[in-house]
Design a protein around this ligand. Structure first.
Ligand code: CS2
Length: 454
């Protein structure tokens, strides 16, 4: 079977071809993180914006660690297939927004040149929560600090650096990480570089949303059957997608609003709603569903407790949300429909990964607010119990994996383990909340029996 590349595009059905001619794009965006989410979200918005505006916005993607994805993309002229999957079936289309694929470290000279290029006016990132904690020279934050420093020293061409990760205040988090990394270099002109960064580089906050399961062998086979070409990197996503961006850009950007993106003065209401309701529900469904022996979000939603859990969590957390965001009740209705999509084989273990970082963003701020107000939080208590139960077993990737395992090895009894686990994720205040710890412990016996009682 022929490989997907520019030469085989002509043989595809017109509706499956890119919305733009990849040969006419110019590299004006650099993106760090070539995962499935970026390829099903920002790259699609950017291609559609380029098609609608006639502006040749192209993305050079940089893989933070492994070369496999970048090299596989290069082997097919940076083309790949996105299949939108709804209960009625899948619609494949080839996305042509990527103009290059590189690897941090191995392609350092190329990446440095891209960050210095005044034609590049936007940098976007999907490096997950843990990517902001790693700041050495061979990390994304380190590379950004070095590249932006060089850019400021050689003319200070303005650029917007846009976090597209699931964190509250992601723009400010990224700005702090980059500025701290620049300061840590300790160059003689550091203060001047920081001053230039403040004047010529902005870090807008954003909210990104689309359910994009990890690519499966079925995706590879379905794409080959549908298009008659071999695509080594197909991605699939739900039909729904949303991008909300803070209107704080230092330089030209793709007209993403032409493709339905929202550009607003304050993304916080949207950001906290998505983090606490969608991602909070996901992170609750994952450990509870795994305890019940389930594999996907749709399977958990098919249980009698699935929808109850999502709606109850949304109702419990809604009072912690700021004004100005979507209506929590309607948001919950939409979540139930999205999570029930049987065409989305969204694995619970994928969502359960990195939970020590995710719950810190998705549950704990709301839980603290509710406890400060003396408001009940039974769903978050159950969710925490699900997380506690899951940390006992192996096999879920987490940067705190070893420390979490040590809690079970070293603490005596469930109460002590719960307190140790909460302390491990930095929630010492909650570890000292005896009523909370007792409530969490109370759920553990049922979970050990594979029973979820919402
Ligand atoms: C999920 C997110 O894996 C996870 O943690 O909750 O990737 C979720 O699918 C996206 O944020 C949806 O926009």
């Amino acid at each position: 079977m022929p490989r997907l590349n520019r030469a085989t595009l002509g043989a595809l059905p017109p509706a499956a071809r890119p919305r733009v001619d990849p040969a006419e794009l110019r590299t004006r965006v650099v993106h760090f993180g070539i995962g499935a989410f970026h390829r099903a979200h920002q790259a699609v918005y950017t291609e559609n914006a380029a098609a609608r505006s006639g502006e040749p916005w192209g993305i050079a993607a940089v893989a933070p660690r492994t070369a496999s994805t970048a090299d596989a993309l290069r082997a097919q002229d940076c083309l790949y297939t996105l299949t939108e999957r709804s209960p009625g079936g899948g619609i494949p289309r080839v996305v042509g927004a990527l103009t290059g694929a590189h690897v941090l470290g191995r392609d350092a000279a190329d990446v440095d040149a891209l960050l210095a290029d005044p034609d590049v006016t936007v940098v976007t990132l999907t490096i997950t929560e843990k990517g902001y904690l790693a700041t050495g020279p061979d990390t994304v934050i380190g590379c950004l600090a070095t590249g932006l420093t060089a850019r400021m020293r050689s003319g200070a061409a303005p650029v917007s650096v846009v976090s597209c990760d699931n964190m509250a205040g992601n723009g400010a988090v990224l700005r702090t990480a980059v500025h701290d990394a620049v300061r840590a270099t300790g160059g003689a002109d550091t203060e001047r570089v920081l001053e230039l960064l403040d004047r010529h580089v902005t870090f807008p906050a954003t909210v990104v949303d689309r359910i994009v399961p990890a690519t499966t062998a079925a995706d590879l086979a379905d794409t080959a059957t549908a298009l008659g070409v071999h695509d080594a990197l197909p991605v699939s996503g739900e039909p729904y997608r949303q991008w909300v961006l803070e209107d704080r850009f230092a330089a030209p950007r793709p007209p993403w609003e032409a493709d339905g993106a929202l550009v607003v003065p304050d993304v916080a209401p949207y950001q906290l709603t998505k983090l606490r309701l969608l991602n909070g529900s996901h992170s609750a469904l994952a450990p509870l569903g795994i305890a019940a022996g389930l594999g996907t979000v749709a399977e958990a939603m098919a249980e009698d407790w699935g929808e109850r859990l999502v709606r109850a969590l949304c109702a419990e957390v809604a009072p912690t949300l700021p004004d100005g965001g979507p209506d929590p009740g309607r948001y919950a209705d939409d979540l139930v429909a999205r999570f029930r999509n049987p065409a989305m084989h969204h694995r619970l273990r994928q969502i359960a990964s990195d939970a020590s970082l995710k719950i810190t963003e998705r549950w704990l701020p709301a839980l603290r607010l509710l406890r400060e107000r003396g408001a009940p939080a039974p769903v978050l208590e159950l969710a925490l119990a699900g997380w506690v139960h899951l940390t006992r077993g192996p096999g879920i990737p987490d940067p705190a994996r070893d420390a979490l395992t040590a809690c079970w090895r070293d603490a005596a009894g469930d109460e002590a383990v719960v307190r140790a686990l909460l302390t491990t994720v930095g929630a010492c205040d909650l570890a000292d909340d005896s009523a909370l710890v007792t409530a969490v412990v109370r759920h553990l016996p049922a979970l050990r029996a594979g029973l979820v009682d919402v």
